[in-house]
Write a protein that binds this ligand. Structure first.
Ligand code: UFG
Length: 329
């Protein structure tokens, strides 16, 4: 059993991970300002602290009362387009807040951490599977803010013995198999939940951003990984983390799916025709990005349970039907 602090534990990936950690017997404290997360998403077995990482005093007091063995750091902003329009808010909310957290960890000798990084740190890639050695040249303020945090962590590993795993997520998708947790962003920006809003009658159609990419069907290819599989890799990472070591793992299935394939799979799952309209490319989208996830399999013994797009979408659809207005409904 470990005593764990989870920042952003009321968010999408955070809340699924908190549940996995609680079920594994860990003692979990969630620290979240509820700017994007949902109080109802926090497992009843976890302690909840309504706090902001930008408030160094609040961070200090949670550590002073904690004796934590480790930290899982999910809190942050994640909208790529918004980061282009408001870069400084991304540097503040992602980089400055992470520095506050790291400073408190150093003061309190907490030397184990898992960090929510992203495939957006790689930027425009060449269409072959992305390994952890692929050069990180992010093309958005969001991606750059996440890469800056990785470097603050690596430098802390060398300077004061932090042990840290950066999990570079590909496209998180789906919902807990039992329907108890799911994805609820406001505004919704991700492909699968937007498609399901069409199936649920909340939107008329889905816009497909670009159909002239150099891909088999002309639409962008991504690697969709189930949120419960993501949750599990966090548990494996924190349980095996040692002080003084930095690790980075891509977290994807290794399978690429095009936007058209996602829409088709959602049509099968929902039985809804899901009208699609082809529009211009969205600036900044790489044509193809999918993971070589063999390192996580080898080093963490992690194998994603969900390998079929339809199965992933089915879990998201079950959540949407049971919670048409998300957590607040
Ligand atoms: N898409 C559409 N129509 C929509 C929404 C999305 O065609 O209405 C397309 C996008 O162009 C993209 C794919 O669906 O090709 C997936 O888009 P998402 O917005 O769901 O996800 P992204 O691949 O853009 O984003 C993910 C993560 C980000 C991360 C990024 C890095 O969610 O955190 O990968 O590429 F920064």
């Amino acid at each position: 059993m470990m005593k764990l602090l989870v920042t952003g534990g009321a968010g999408y990936v955070g809340s699924h991970t908190v549940r996995v950690l609680c079920r594994a017997g860990h003692d979990v404290t969630v620290f979240d300002n509820l700017s994007q997360g949902h109080r109802q998403a926090v497992d009843a077995a976890a302690t909840f602290v309504d706090g902001d990482l930008g408030d160094a005093g609040a961070v200090e007091s949670v550590f002073a009362g904690g004796s934590f063995d480790g930290v899982l750091h999910f809190a942050g902003s994640l909208n790529v387009g918004e980061s282009v329009a408001q870069p400084l808010s991304y540097y503040r909310n992602n980089v400055v807040c992470s520095v506050n957290l790291l400073e408190a960890m150093e003061r309190h000798h907490v030397r184990r951490m898992v960090f929510s990084s992203t495939c957006a740190t790689y930027g425009q890639v060449d269409g072959t599977p992305v390994t952890e050695e692929t050069a990180q040249v992010p093309i958005s303020p969001y991606g750059r803010s996440k890469l800056a945090i990785e470097w603050a962590m690596r430098d802390s590993v060398a300077a004061w013995g932090l042990g840290c795993t950066a999990l570079r997520y590909f496209n998180a998708a789906g919902a807990a198999a039992d329907g108890g947790l799911g994805e609820d962003h406001d505004p919704e920006i991700h492909l699968i939940p937007i498609i399901l809003e069409v199936a649920a009658g909340k939107r008329d159609h889905i816009q497909i951003f670009g159909d002239d990419y150099p891909t088999p069907d002309g639409t962008c290819v991504r690697d969709y990984v189930h949120v419960d599989d993501l949750a599990e890799v966090h548990r494996l990472a924190i349980e095996t983390q040692v002080a003084g070591d930095f690790r980075a793992f891509n977290v994807g299935t290794g399978l690429g799916s095009s936007v058209k394939q996602v829409v088709d799979a959602a049509r099968d799952v929902t039985g809804h025709p899901i009208p699609a309209v082809h529009v211009e490319r969205r600036p900044g989208d790489p044509a193809i990005i999918y993971a070589d996830a063999s390192k996580a399999q080898e080093h963490l013994n992690w194998t994603p349970e969900y390998r079929s797009l339809s199965d992933i979408i089915a879990t998201a659809w079950a959540w949407h039907r049971q919670h048409p207005n998300g957590f607040d409904g």
